[in-house]
Design a protein around this ligand. Sequence first.
Ligand code: MSP
Length: 482
Amino acid sequence: MEKFYLTTPIYYINGNPSVGHAYTTIAADVLARYYRLRGKNVFLLTGIDENSQKNVEAAEKAGRGSDVQGYLDEMAIVWQKTFQAMDISYTRFIRTTEQDHHRAVEKFWHLVKEKGDIYLGDYEGLYCKGCEAFVNESDLVDGKCPFHLKEPEHIVEKNYFFRLTAYRESLLAHIEKHPDFVGPQTRRNEIVSYIKNFMTDVSISRSTMKWGIPVPGDDSQRIYVWFDALINYLSGVGFGTNDQTFEKYWPADLHLMAKDIIKFHCALWPAMLMSAGLPLPKQVFAHGFFTVDGQKMSKSLGNVLDPVEIGNTYGHDVLRFFLLREIVFGEDGDFSLARLEERYEKELANELGNLVSRVLAMTEKYQDGFVPEKQGIPFMDKNLWSRYEQSIEALHLHETIAVIWENIRQANQYVEERNVALILLPFIPATAEKILVQLGYDVSYASESWEGKTTWGLLPPGQQVTKGEILFPRREDKNSNS
Ligand code: MSP
């Protein structure tokens, strides 16, 4: 079986998951489900970034004092439960405080050191704690980090450095030779300009920190959290602990994230891999950043939306659907509950829900509940499956949903909805499964491969259907939000 290995960023857990974190994770899950249905052996890696200094502060704030590990264990459960509630079908949820990750990081450090790419040097500069990164004057807006709206600190330290600039030419050559390595195109231009004009060697250890993985051979320093975090993509599939699994899945087929962290993934990370003598991931894709009702989501503004709360109010499939329907994948966008309610009423309740209930009611009324002989379906979109495949594999996820909805609108005029249920499976799995069961399929049909099924007219005549519960009940209490 062909493998497909994809990853999300590992998230900082100094707070609960937001709809921002949910967005990337849901998109990754849609792709994981899609490739599984296409018969691939999928490995979906997600998890949490635990060796950050912010976690030490968060533990203190949460009243855990110096029991950082206790705080992390608690938060890990919150994040896992959230992802489970959102129906994220991850293969592994990695934590960077795990033993096998530490072993992988040590092994990796040695490889890079042997290559001669680690040296001791002095660092003086501006550091943004939110980014866990040194920043340039030119990155700041009004003296503040544009992502965290805080002034960076001035830091002077003796650190280990990674010879990133030694890889400038190799990185540029790789990007030139593999046009799909960085996506979308706008990000590719940004990365090329960064590598050419701004990239410097990076400090990969901290002498002032007490939390994190110690530098092998020098306990007075901790490994820089980004150097450690990126390696999760290797340790997640067995690097340093399980050679067989590692050989099977590495290199990754896709690293997904938002544009805020693309530099780390398209410059530092591939250079680290080159230095360690390991193959590079096939693609790094960055979607945009979204605001909430036009404002940046932030704790200080108090507008950080909780995916669990939204899921409990509207349904977890509704959140999955809305995020990918509303925001063009790869571009910036805006999230608003008012828009979610609109799309709920119009597209989920009226169009999809109505299609399913009409078709089944008619079949029960006029056909005693049995699928009739084929009548021909002259107006259906003959190119549905190829358009679907092309758009989803190019990561144009919003376009895939648009194709689905075009077909739902057409199908509303015809009694043929098995295809609709199948194409919805990666996006809103719980709903799609309910539709298939109402159409008379065994529940296992929802997880079987699509081999041989990607065409219209395969609903077997004579199959018994049953009208089930309403998929998207009207929301009477529109404004009460309960
Ligand atoms: N720990 C690092 C990543 C290390 S990966 C080796 C980190 N963590 S984070 O918690 O800050 O997560 C950043 C990611 O969260 C973004 O790249 C994106 O995937 C997701 N998002 C968080 N808020 C978001 C929006 N408002 N909009 C879109 N994506 C958002 O960086």
